[in-house]
Design a protein around this ligand. Structure first.
Ligand SMILES: *[C@@H]1O[C@H](CO)[C@@H](O)[C@H](O)[C@H]1NC(C)=O
Length: 329
């Protein structure tokens, strides 16, 4: 089916789905980042709901959307790279124009994921600083939580992320953070956590594609017919959420590595292995499941919305309309 849809139509589907998706689930994504960054003993938030309530109370409704601009502006280029790469690899992996088997489907997905990280990593990097700023500010306000002496050591990069101990909150934008990172650390600054992003996204494809294919197969009336839409929709959501939970440990590591400002008594990590072992030692294995529920709740609608866009043929409709208009003009 995906072979017949043109790339521009797919791009429109992906772009619209991305924007609708971000609008619907960004607050859960924000709660995920904050929950993952919390350490035992200095919890500001008890659960996703608690986090959302406290965020609205102290930062307002738009507080839940801190960092959403990053996703809204970059989701379309990100999808474009992924779709173009996916088409490219699928085309090269398929012999005589026939469909791909699940294994090749997975290979194409992994390869596309590797291309996509070019945009994903800096996106996540900027998004995480903005999403986490409110947690750090809340932690500072909580009396008795932070020994004042510990803060001074953490102010190197904190300055621009409005968690300076004694100054009032100053909102920073993604562009400011990007500029400062480029200025102080060069392009590497934006690509911190690249390894962890790959470690999350490649296994994601390895779990997602076979799982989706098998679930979807169960809904086919006969081997040659397609499964009904609702069945593919549910299969996509279930496979996406399962894969998201399965790779959550890598997501926790990624979030920790990419958070530039740390609260009091929060470890800094020198790399993936150091981060894994410190979390294991200080917080125990259960820490790797932090934010897993949120992530499942983020991924399922994101996948579902994409499928609805394809099902409705929004992209094809827009492309055909503009072509008609070009002909009649
Ligand atoms: C925002 O973009 C990042 C990077 O692609 C992604 O991991 C995350 O799920 C997105 N969040 C939402 C709510 O779309």
């Amino acid at each position: 089916m995906s072979q017949q849809i043109s790339l521009p139509a797919k791009l429109i589907n992906g772009g619209i789905a991305g924007i609708v998706g971000v609008t619907c689930v960004f607050p859960i994504d924000l709660a995920k980042t904050r929950l993952q960054n919390q350490r035992q003993g200095q919890q500001v938030y008890k659960s996703m709901i608690d986090c959302l309530i406290k965020t609205v109370r102290t930062e307002g409704y738009f507080g839940m959307y801190r960092g959403a601009a990053v996703n809204l502006t970059l989701v379309t280029p990100e999808k474009a790279i992924k779709l173009a790469a996916n088409d490219f690899f699928r085309c090269h992996l398929s012999r005589n124009g026939r469909g791909l088997n699940v294994f090749k489907e997975m290979l194409a997905g992994c390869a596309a994921g590797m291309c996509q990280v070019i945009v994903t990593t800096p996106m996540e990097m900027l998004k995480i600083q903005l999403q986490d700023a409110g947690r750090l500010a809340a932690q500072q306000r909580k009396p008795g939580l932070i020994p004042p002496t510990r803060l001074a050591a953490n102010t190197v990069l904190c300055r621009s992320y409005n968690v300076v101990p004694n100054s009032s909150a100053r909102a920073v934008s993604a562009t400011q953070i990007a500029r400062e990172l480029l200025h102080t650390q060069g392009i590497q600054g934006l690509y911190k956590g690249l390894g962890a992003t790959l470690l999350r996204d490649v296994p994601f494809s390895i779990v997602y594609f076979p799982l989706f294919a098998n679930l979807n197969k169960l809904g086919k009336p006969s081997p040659d017919e397609a499964a009904p839409f609702y069945w593919s929709f549910i299969s996509g959501c279930v496979a996406g959420s399962t894969a998201a939970v399965a790779v959550n440990p890598c997501d926790v590591v990624k979030t920790r590595l990419q958070s530039l400002s740390k609260g009091a008594n929060e470890d800094t990590y020198s790399g993936i292995v150091d981060c894994f072992s410190k979390i294991m030692r200080r917080e125990g294995p259960s820490a790797f499941l932090k934010g897993a529920g949120c992530r499942a709740l983020v991924i399922a609608p994101l996948f579902g919305i994409v499928q609805v866009m394809y099902f409705l043929g929004v992209g094809e409709f827009i492309v055909s309309q503009t072509q008609l208009k070009l002909i009649s003009d």
